[in-house]
Design a protein. Structure first.
Length: 291
């Protein structure tokens, strides 16, 4: 069941309503595309109530001095993992309940109409999956899955939540604010007694199936996405400043192939100097206007 309620704009930067001329330009761009390659970022999910990192005034970096956990820190430090999982445990019920917004639903519909050839999302929130998109790659993984670093065994994040509850029956913590990837802010003394389960098969370290900062996307996945891009005739970037190279590399590849590129994002992006079209609007407001 998909919520079609009014968007939550608390984490959406201020912007003007879509300009009719811009709507026309994007309509022409999409109409001329037969095999559209779409890349989405955090800006497509802010209207579902999930904050992003970099948006002016409302992103995590603008509101706090907090930074996401680094891959190396998670792997080497038991206390870092304890802190991460305690925050994630508190934030999970709210984060996992977020629903797709109009932008996610439009992209799903474009896929059904065979307009969208492939969708690549940099988000880890599963909202495209909830919306029903299938021709899709989750470039940075998904928080709804967890795996063991030692043996590779996988478990659903919702199932892991039950293990957390069983291990911490009396543990309680009050959260302060919410971060983009599902965790919340907790004081260090709050997490000290939090128990973290090990892998049920080998006792190894459990990690979300996401690419943490400082880690790299697998070469196999990168090659697969390059193949889908090679089959496409145009590229649309929706809700991303493309500051992270793991996504930006595909825009560079599209430019090299001389594909037309449209960018829909509130605020500047790394693509602005070579995009065919740049639009400063909310994804959930502009995309539904495109037929």
């Amino acid at each position: 069941s998909v919520s079609r309620a009014s968007p939550n704009l608390a984490f959406v930067p201020a912007c003007l309503p879509p300009d009719p001329v811009e709507v026309e330009e994007l309509q022409r761009f999409v109409s001329n595309s037969k095999r559209l390659f779409v890349m989405t970022g955090a800006g497509i999910s802010t209207e579902s109530g999930i904050p992003d990192y970099r948006s002016e005034g409302v992103g995590l970096y603008a509101r706090t001095d907090r930074r996401p956990i680094q891959h190396a820190e998670f792997v080497r430090s038991a206390s870092a993992r304890q802190r991460y999982w305690a925050r994630n445990f508190v934030g999970w019920p709210q984060f996992s309940s977020h629903q797709p917004n109009k932008a996610h639903l439009v992209l799903r519909d474009w896929e059904k109409l065979c307009k969208l050839h492939w969708l690549v999302t940099q988000n880890v929130d599963a909202l495209h999956t909830k919306a029903g998109s299938q021709r899709m790659t989750e470039l940075h993984g998904c928080t709804h899955r967890v795996f063991c670093l030692a043996c590779g065994d996988q478990i659903l994040r919702s199932e892991l939540q039950e293990h957390f509850e069983a291990l911490n029956p009396t543990w309680k913590a009050e959260a302060f604010g919410v971060a983009p990837d599902g965790d919340v802010f907790l004081m260090d003394e709050q997490v000290r007694n939090f128990q973290v389960p090990a892998c049920r098969k080998c006792g190894g370290i459990l990690k979300p199936d996401v690419t943490f900062f400082g880690d790299t996307v697998s070469q196999e996945k990168v090659s697969f996405v390059h193949q889908r891009l090679a089959e496409s005739d145009s590229m649309l970037v929706a809700g991303s400043s493309m500051q992270v190279y793991s996504g930006y590399r595909f825009a560079l590849a599209a430019r090299e192939k001389k594909l037309p590129i449209a960018v829909l994002n509130i605020g500047p992006t790394r693509l602005d100097h070579f995009a065919s079209l740049k639009l400063n609007s909310r994804c959930g407001e502009l995309l539904p206007l495109i037929v």
